[in-house]
Unconditional design. Structure first.
Length: 342
C-alpha cells in the first residue's frame, strides 16, 4: 500500500498535536512524527530500530505512527519537495553520523540561504533549550538571523556563554551581540569574554587568561551542555575578513596553509584539523577540542561559498545537529563522496 508522509494536512495549515502543548513542543512532536513515518514507511525500518535511531521508546514510536495516520500525515503520495528535503536530511545523518539534520528549503537556487537557515536554527534551538542548561554560542549573520525565530520565554537557570571575545571593538556586528540578545530573549544569565576577539600575539592571550581573570570564563566554556556555532568561509566578504578582524594578508596566508573555514575564528583544513598558524594563536576563543566535549553540538551555516568550510567543520566539531540549506546539503554529500566522514 503506497503512503504519503506530508508534514501538513490538505488545508495547508499545520496540524495541532493530539495532546496539545506549547508551540515548541508541538513542532518537536510534528518533526518526530515525520521522521518516524519516513523511517517506517519509506526506509522500512522496524519499530525497534526507529526507537533506537530517535532515542525514544518503542511505545512512543507506535504512538507517533498512529498520530501521523490520525492527523492525515500518511496518505497515498508524498509531496516531492518534502520528500527531497527529508531524503537529504536522512542522507546527511547517515553519511556523517549526525543525530539530526535539518535542511531548509530555498525559494530559488540563487536565493541567499541565511534567512531560511536562521529560521530553522531558531526553531531548532527553541525546541531543545531547557531550564538550567549551559549553552555556549558563537556569532555571525546566520545566528543573528535566528533570533527572530526563537520563542521569547523565561528559562530559569539558563546560562548563555559567549565562546568568542570581541566586546572591546564596536562594529556593525560584534561577537558579543548574539550571546546577550539570546540571553535577553530567554531571561538568562549571560557570560562574555571581556577581551578582544583577536589580540596581538600569544603572549598577550596567555596573560589575559592567566592574570586578568579570564580563566574562569574559559573553564565555563569547557563545561557546557550544548554549543551553537556557525561556520565562517574564506572569501574576502566573510565575517572574519569583511569586518576587519583579519587582514587580506592574513587571509592569503591562511589559504596558502590550507584553510577552508573557521569556527570561532579558529581556522582549519578540509580534514577538520585546526591549523598550526600564527593567526590561530591570537584568537580569544574557547578551543575547538573543548567544543567537542559538549553533549549537544549544533552546527549551522550554508551557501555555495561555504561547502568546503562546512565539510571541514563537520569533521572538526562532529555535530550532533546539522542545519543547512538544500543546495549546500546536496553539495556536501557530493563533496564527501566515499571519503572519510570524520
Amino acid at each position: 500500500m503506497a503512503k504519503d508522509r506530508s508534514r501538513e494536512p490538505a488545508s495547508g495549515e499545520p496540524a495541532a498535536t493530539p495532546t496539545g502543548g506549547t508551540p515548541q513542543s508541538g513542532r518537536r512532536s510534528q518533526r518526530l512524527r515525520l521522521r518516524a513515518a519516513w523511517m517506517y514507511h519509506v526506509e522500512e525500518m522496524t519499530q525497534s530500530a526507529i526507537a533506537e535511531a530517535l532515542g525514544v521508546g518503542r511505545v512512543t514510536v507506535v504512538r507517533l505512527l498512529s498520530d501521523a495516520q490520525a492527523l492525515h500525515e500518511v496518505r497515498i503520495s508524498l509531496s516531492r519537495d518534502i520528500a527531497e528535503l527529508t531524503a537529504l536530511e536522512r542522507a546527511l545523518e547517515r553519511r556523517f553520523g549526525i543525530g539530526e539534520a535539518v535542511v531548509a528549503p530555498l525559494s530559488s537556487p540563487a536565493a541567499d540561504p541565511t534567512l531560511p537557515i536562521g529560521a530553522a536554527t531558531g526553531r531548532t534551538l527553541s525546541d531543545m533549550l531547557r531550564p538550567g542548561m549551559r549553552i555556549g554560542v558563537g556569532w555571525g549573520r546566520t545566528l543573528i538571523s535566528a533570533l527572530n525565530a526563537i520563542d521569547e520565554r523565561p528559562l530559569p537557570g539558563l546560562a548563555v556563554v559567549s565562546m568568542l571575545g570581541g566586546i572591546a571593538k564596536v562594529l556593525q556586528y560584534n561577537p558579543a551581540d548574539f550571546a546577550w540578545q539570546l540571553s535577553r530573549l530567554l531571561q538568562a544569565d549571560c557570560f562574555l569574554i571581556p577581551a578582544p576577539a583577536v589580540v596581538d600575539g600569544p603572549d598577550t592571550k596567555r596573560a589575559l587568561i592567566e592574570r586578568c581573570g579570564l580563566g574562569e570564563i574559559f573553564d565555563l566554556g569547557r563545561a557546557l551542555d550544548a554549543v551553537l556555532m556557525s561556520v565562517g568561509g574564506m572569501g574576502p566578504d566573510n565575517t572574519s575578513f569583511g569586518f576587519g578582524y583579519f587582514s587580506e594578508a592574513d587571509r592569503r596566508s591562511l589559504l596558502a596553509a590550507g584553510a577552508v573555514g573557521d569556527l570561532l575564528y579558529q581556522f582549519y583544513d578540509i580534514d577538520g584539523v585546526v591549523l598550526d598558524h600564527p593567526v590561530n594563536a591570537r584568537v580569544m576563543a574557547v578551543p575547538c577540542d573543548s567544543i567537542r566535549a559538549a553533549p549537544v553540538r549544533i552546527l549551522t551555516s550554508g551557501g555555495p561559498g561555504k561547502v568546503d568550510a562546512m565539510l571541514g567543520a563537520i569533521r572538526l566539531a562532529r555535530p550532533t545537529v546539522l542545519i543547512t540549506d538544500e543546495a549546500t546539503a546536496a553539495s556536501l554529500l557530493e563533496l564527501a563522496g566515499n571519503g572519510p566522514a570524520s
